[in-house]
Design a protein around this ligand. Structure first.
Ligand SMILES: [Zn+2]
Length: 310
């Protein structure tokens, strides 16, 4: 897991403050895989990064993930736990492109990489003149939770999308759920942008469709849904969708679990707490930051208690 002592983690956090979703996800990914270069990380399938981030999360903060969410129907605030070990499934190794046949269409495509996801999100952001990727305000896109236990939990549903491309993720959720009619136009554009990057070949009624005229927007909904399903089977961790019934109103809410945002929020919280500890101990004892960071969490806690008692 590389160098993930307090000083290194603080440095990652500090660097991440200057970034948003994709940049922070990349910083976290580098912490998880310090031996890999940035372009190598970007070329990995999305689910490979997610698996790395779940592993990093386990190493830093343990297996139990607390999820807070709001019911999409009645707004009920809910909380439940997930086990990080269940979520970071590595994508299957592919020998060649994935293939989907539906009606007169045959489509070959490859699994979206982290770079694909970001480019698709940027394409949408550019078209709309606003940032899409990594709004990053929420640690978890809310799932309708269940008070005691995760009712109707359905982890690992969804298309070849994860993390930062919220619009793209929504789009694939919509496609996967057969609910594309309600997807926003921005989400639809993001989905087409992502598909366009990942298509290898398209045949209609046995005839190849030229690459510069790939009719991504015109692919029928069943074809798009099959693409999403095939990608999900090959790379389940790319898009962890929670589907939970609300204990108050009974409605099910679907939501993405975005591990990069989730982990960033935890790191942010941890770092701010730690800096407060440094401040208190430096004030009380005159120790330097490196000296305080070198203390074990247990000793730090002990000295802080002594300060409070004094
Ligand atoms: Zn509800």
């Amino acid at each position: 897991m590389g160098n993930t002592g307090p000083a290194e983690l603080l440095a990652i956090w500090e660097a991440g403050l200057a970034h948003h979703g994709p940049g922070r996800a990349l910083l976290l990914h580098r912490a998880a895989r310090p031996e890999s270069a940035a372009d190598e990380l970007l070329s990995l399938p999305v689910g490979e990064r997610e698996a790395d981030l779940y592993a990093l999360r386990r190493a830093l903060f343990g297996e139990r993930m607390q999820i807070r969410a709001e019911c999409g129907a009645c707004g009920e605030a809910m909380e439940f736990d997930l086990d990080a070990r269940d979520l970071g499934v590595r994508p299957r190794k592919q020998d060649g492109p994935l293939r989907v046949a539906e009606g007169e269409w045959t489509v070959e495509f490859r699994l979206p990489t982290v770079a694909d996801l970001e480019a698709a999100a940027h394409a949408v952001a550019g078209a709309d003149g606003r940032a899409v990727a990594g709004a990053g305000a929420h640690a978890v896109s809310g799932a309708g939770g269940a008070g005691d236990g995760l009712l109707g939990e359905d982890v690992g549903v969804g298309g070849p999308v994860a993390a930062d491309g919220d619009e793209a993720a929504e789009a694939f959720m919509a496609a996967e759920g057969g609910d594309a009619a309600v997807a926003s136009t921005a989400a639809a554009r993001a989905r087409r942008a992502l598909l366009a990057r990942c298509l290898v070949s398209v045949h209609r009624a046995g005839q190849p469709v030229p690459a510069d005229r790939l009719p991504v927007a015109e692919l029928p909904e069943p074809v798009q849904r099959k693409l999403a399903e095939a990608a999900e089977r090959a790379d389940p961790a790319a898009d962890v969708t929670l589907n939970v019934a609300c204990p108050a109103c009974g409605e099910a809410t679907r939501a993405e679990l975005d591990i990069a945002s989730y982990l960033w929020a935890e790191l942010d919280h941890w770092a701010r707490d730690l800096l407060l500890d440094v401040h208190l101990l430096a004030t009380a004892y005159g120790w330097s930051e490196p000296q305080i960071l070198a203390l074990s969490p247990l000793r730090r806690r002990y000295y802080l208690e002594l300060c409070a008692d004094g």
